[in-house]
Ligand binder design. Sequence first.
Ligand code: SF4
Length: 639
Amino acid sequence: MPETPLRVLSVIPPMTQLNTPYPSTADLTGFLRSRGVDAVQEDLALALVLRLFSRDGLVEIRSRIEATPERQRSPRVQAFLAQFERYRTTIAPAVAFLQGRDPTLAHRICSRSFLPEGSRFESLDVYIDPEGGDPLAWAFGALGLEDRARHLATLYLNDVADVLREAVDPRFEFVRYAESLAQSQASFEPLAAALAEPLNLVDETLRALTLAAIARHAPQVVLLSIPFPGAVYGAFRIAQAIKARDPRIVTVLGGGFVNTELRELKEPRVFDYFDYVTLDDGERPILALLDHLQGGRGRSRLVRTFFRDAEGDKGKNGEVRYVNLGEADIAFAEVGTPTWDGLPLDRYLSVLDMLNPMHRLWSDGRWNKLTVAHGCYWKKCSFCDVSLDYISRYDGASAKTLVDRIEAIIAETGQTGFHFVDEAAPPKALKALAQELLDRGVAISWWGNIRFEKSFTPELCRLLAESGCIAVSGGLEVASDRLLQLMKKGVSVDQVARVTNAFTEAGILVHAYLMYGFPTQTVQDTVDALEYVRQLFESGCIQSGFFHRFACTVHSPVGQDPDAFGVKLVPLPPITFAKNDVRFIDPTGVDHDTLGVALNKALYNYMHGIGLEQDVRSWFADRVPRTRVPRNFIARALR
Ligand code: SF4
């Protein structure tokens, strides 16, 4: 293809996650290099945090605060100023500690006299040792000195982030940034208005980092992959800086947010920032685009790509066009091996926010992210985006190919921890993968999402553990056989009990995704679901969980056929920008917000082994009915 070789820079925009690179640029860079493209990558999310949370960054924050009238400074900001010298001296060591570069600092951090302590440290008061001892020792006892220090250093960083939010940019958060400007925003207007605002310190820092990356790599094409709404604003600011510096650099937008929310994009102003917007897996659309940019094909022969007609051209009016030549996607077996080359792997921050053991895996430690198969083999759950490519197009690769990729990644990164990022890794493929790892003597640790389906027999769970599986997560959703059927989840509560028990017996940590507020869910269903969850914790089947409030998306079976689920959708406004969540009216009229508070409180305690003997009604503020679930239901299912 190439006549003039193009350099392609893939960028992770802020914010995504701090402990490990988001996989999109590693996947794309690995793929493009396998096709002979000169591809490089940058993580500007990490770079932004490291710049702001440095000695110089804190000095900048202080000077912005000092430029505001004193009466406008919140108590938190005033406390920061009062302790500024301590913050300035400790920020670099605390960051180095969280990066794993200075582990012995744990002793000083745990002394509680090294780091200044702001309001985030008040959260430690929730840990109450029933015996009256040191609450942190009780909560972290089993985890040890380093983890205690990591949690304290994380609280410290969160304190500084609070100051940044209150004094500089109210939209700043570590894992999402200015999310509300993009999430299900029918109109581009709020984002356009924010992008027209003068740059604040966060914007200026991001702009400087962007221009430095452009100077370093001199790319002709920049790909911005946005996984979530909380990375949209940052991506647009990056594109804005690039276009202001050199409008000839071609900017391309893609990623999970685009694939779910921008499918009906009509807003021409998006193309003031991006020349192209691609949908679904990026590999094929980007190959077609690079071919176009090098004169190999016209624009009308692009693949799943939006662009804006040039205004004033004959018959063109500056409108958004979508073209899709319909070329087949690259097979999963052919996408190549991700590469992290160019990313500063020793600079990611292992933060320890919560004691939830599974959340710990997400935010702590650097995991190589890899996919076992493209899409979901089940693709039936009625709350899931089953109509979209990332779920519906199931495509696997042989165990040999996967282990080849694993070996190549270990050779590159020197790290053997893997997070399989599938929505639901297929049991057959996991079995073959485990066998191949064992046959080839490749020692790794891995964890990922699965469905709690019956093919995960005790024997298979033991094999997975032997191959390095340390944790699995899966959806129990609303623990109710009626609702599980309505959801087409393909599992029942007693089956989930047996499968999770098999994992636990094999020494694998089990996390359950739990849901509330599903259409037609009554108060009685909620009480019963909590009783099942209580028994699952009590029997040791699950060790971790999280309750999500059900959200209806336009791509899910509920959003596409609400009548079948007994709900009415609230009509959406005209869409020119993002479209995803849709509000609905459930005739049961249950106040799920209030119930959700009780569910989360109960779950938090169950994870600490507290309150398992209590009647589940005791967690609810209002009177709720007694559970209909027999008290030994799960114990019986296990027998
Ligand atoms: S919820 Fe999970 S198992 Fe169900 S269809 Fe979606 S990805 Fe597959």
